[in-house]
Design a protein around this ligand. Structure first.
Ligand code: MRU
Length: 350
């Protein structure tokens, strides 16, 4: 199945519970928009495009939940639900992008003589369009990106950017997947991606499914492999890209890009244009989510708790990689190279 799907028989949202992988593949069923917001917050569903699509379907649930008797009241309920969705996680702009797209598509129908039921159906229809387009956009990104991958490349990959991070296929991992399908021999060094281990748990699981050779490395090992000439490319996704090309992505991306840049290894960020936020001039303006310190502290090694009782921790979920460290940004509309101030706008508007 896709990472998330609307069940048209029961009018519920079904999604893979990403907290349980790779131990078990469990599907959860969500009935209300507040359940969807919670699933985004607690990372049952995660990855920028996936949480955008989830939030769009969350609005379809909100429309079903509404007792409104006229379209204006329904729209007001949707606006309230939209705020709940948007506040679930702040960094990935795809969340607000998808919610605003649904609201806009519905608002243009308000003046026409539509019924409450018709308006409600149009919310679901737009959410479904966002989900379907996401798959198509991923495949287009992969086609552009795979041209940059050479036979025999070893690639460091950060976080999880595969089918699980989107509706289906993947961004950076989608590029690697297509290159593999094209017959190129690729080897992936999978950053484990502390603290939530999206690399070790989810990317490794996906690569096993696709039959792509990989080895897991701890995040701190990346510099060693880059410096000793064992890596040809670094690939990751993005949660938000500012107008100047600064990239917000999973914590640890900045140090990875720095080490790659120091060793003249190309660094590619793969993201749909819905991740590009031209309203923000630079990455310093991107809000960085701070998560529970327990994600850093509550870990075990060889059956024992690692950290002393009472230890404190910091847990920013994302960092900003300055545009100067990025070789190119791969989108569904083509590959943007520096100067990003000019070329990102071109790919967004093309
Ligand atoms: O906290 P997460 O797991 O939602 O973070 C995900 C990432 O940082 C991905 O790299 C990003 O969403 C782009 S992949 C589609």
């Amino acid at each position: 199945m896709r990472t998330l799907e609307w069940d048209y028989a029961t009018n519920e949202l079904r999604m893979i519970d990403q907290r349980r992988l790779p131990g078990s593949l469990e599907i959860v069923t969500l009935h209300t928009h507040t359940e969807v917001a919670e699933a985004i917050r607690n990372m049952t569903v995660r990855g920028a495009p996936a949480i955008g699509a989830a939030a769009a379907f969350g609005l379809a649930l909100a429309a079903q939940e509404s007792n409104a008797r006229d379209v204006a009241a329904l729209f007001s309920d949707l606006e309230t639900a939209a705020e709940t969705m948007k506040s679930a996680r702040p960094t990935a702009v795809n969340l607000a992008w998808a919610v605003d797209r649904v609201l806009k598509s519905v608002s243009v129908r308000l003046s026409a003589s539509v019924s409450v039921d018709e308006l409600s159906s149009s919310v679901l229809a737009e959410a479904q369009r966002i989900a379907d387009e996401d798959v198509e956009v991923n495949k287009r990104m992969a086609a552009h990106g795979a041209m940059l991958i050479n036979d025999g490349d070893t690639i460091i990959h950060h976080c999880n950017t595969g089918a699980l991070a989107v509706v289906d296929w993947g961004t950076a991992l989608g590029v690697i997947r297509l290159a593999h399908e094209q017959g190129k021999r690729v080897h992936v060094l999978v950053d484990e991606t502390r603290p939530r281990l999206q690399g070790a748990r989810l990317t490794a699981w996906e690569l096993s499914q696709y039959g792509i050779p990989y080895e897991i490395i701890t995040d701190g090992m990346a510099g060693h492999f880059l410096r000793t000439g064992q890596v040809q490319k670094v690939l990751f996704g993005a949660d938000r890209i500012a107008a100047n090309g600064d990239v917000a992505n999973k914590i640890g991306t900045y140090m990875l890009a720095l080490a790659a840049h120091d060793n003249n290894i190309p660094v590619y960020s793969v993201a749909p244009t819905s991740t590009i936020d031209l309203s923000l001039a630079h990455g310093g303006l991107i809000p960085i989510e701070k998560r529970d310190p327990g994600e850093v502290l509550d870990i075990e090694f060889q059956g024992e708790r690692v950290t002393p009782q009472g230890a404190k921790a910091r847990n920013p979920a994302f960092d900003i990689t300055p545009a100067r460290l990025i070789s190119a940004i791969i989108t569904e509309n083509g590959i943007a190279y520096p100067p990003f101030e000019i070329n990102l706008r071109k790919v967004v508007e093309s």
